[in-house]
Design a protein around this ligand. Structure first.
Ligand SMILES: Nc1nc2c(c(=O)[nH]1)N[C@@H](CN(C=O)c1ccc(C(=O)N[C@@H](CCC(=O)O)C(=O)O)cc1)CN2
Length: 195
C-alpha cells in the first residue's frame, strides 16, 4: 500500500490513492499474463527465497505470492531455517537460476545477521534479478546512459504513483527520506534518469 502526499509551495496537498492505482495495474498485468499464456503457452514465474521466521518478512512474502496468484503468475517459494548456511541459500538461488520456468528470483531481506547479504544477492542471475539489487543493474541505473534489466519495484512504484496522479516533476526539487537499496537509493537514481 502506498499513500503518498505531494505538497506544493502553497502548502495545499494531494493525497495519492495507491490502492486504486495498484488495482488498475493488477488488472493490466493479469491481461498481459493471459495474452502471454494464450500466445506462448506459458506464464512468468517468480521465485522467492525466505530465510528465517521474521513475521514481517513472512507477511511480505505472503503478499508477493498472493499478488502473483491474483494475476496468474506462477510463484515458487523456498523457505529455509534461520540457522541454515550461506551455501544452502546460494544453492536455493542457483536452483531457481537454472529453472527455465522461473523468470525472476528474489531473496527476501533482511537476511539473518550471520549471512553475507552481498554474496547471496550476487548469486542471483543478472537476468532474473527482479529486485534490481545486482551491482550491474544498480550501476547501469546510476550511469543513466545504460538501461538496467531491472529496477527496484518500490522505486518504480513511487514514480508510477506520481505519474498516474498527473504530478509533473520536471524542474522540481524532490526530498527522499532514507537511502536504502530497496527504496531511497534507486528512487533517487531513477529520478535523475527521468528528470
Ligand atoms: N528482496 C526484498 N526484500 C525487501 C524488500 C524488497 O523490495 N525486496 N522490501 C522490504 C519489505 N517489503 C517487501 O518485501 C515491503 C515493506 C514495506 C512495504 C510497505 O508498503 N510499507 C508501508 C506500509 C504498508 C501497510 O502497512 O499497509 C509503509 O511503510 O508505509 C511494502 C513492502 C524489505 N525487504
Amino acid at each position: 500500500t502506498f499513500l503518498g502526499l505531494v505538497v506544493d509551495y502553497e502548502s495545499t496537498a494531494t493525497i495519492i490513492d495507491g490502492k486504486s492505482i495498484a488495482e488498475d495495474i493488477r488488472l493490466q498485468i493479469a491481461e498481459e499474463v493471459l495474452q502471454m499464456k494464450n500466445a506462448a503457452g506459458h506464464v512468468p514465474g517468480l521465485a522467492v527465497v525466505l530465510v528465517g521466521d521474521r513475521k514481517d518478512s513472512q507477511s511480505y512474502v505472503r503478499f508477493k505470492v498472493k499478488g502473483c496468484e491474483e494475476v496468474g503468475i506462477k510463484s515458487l517459494l523456498a523457505e529455509l531455517p534461520r540457522n541454515c548456511t550461506e551455501d544452502e541459500v546460494v544453492d536455493s538461488v542457483s536452483r531457481f537460476n537454472e529453472d527455465p520456468s522461473v523468470h525472476g528470483v528474489l531473496v527476501q531481506l533482511p537476511l539473518p545477521q550471520h549471512m553475507d547479504e552481498e554474496k547471496i544477492l550476487n548469486a542471483i542471475s543478472l537476468d532474473k534479478d527482479v529486485d534490481g539489487f545486482h551491482p550491474l543493474n544498480v550501476g547501469n541505473l546510476a550511469l543513466r546512459s545504460r538501461k538496467p534489466l531491472f529496477v527496484s519495484c518500490a522505486a518504480k512504484a513511487c514514480l508510477e504513483l506520481l505519474f498516474q496522479s498527473g504530478i509533473d516533476l520536471m524542474g522540481k526539487h524532490v526530498t527522499i527520506i532514507g537511502r536504502s537499496k530497496v527504496v531511497g537509493l534507486p528512487t533517487s537514481l531513477l529520478l535523475q534518469v527521468k528528470f
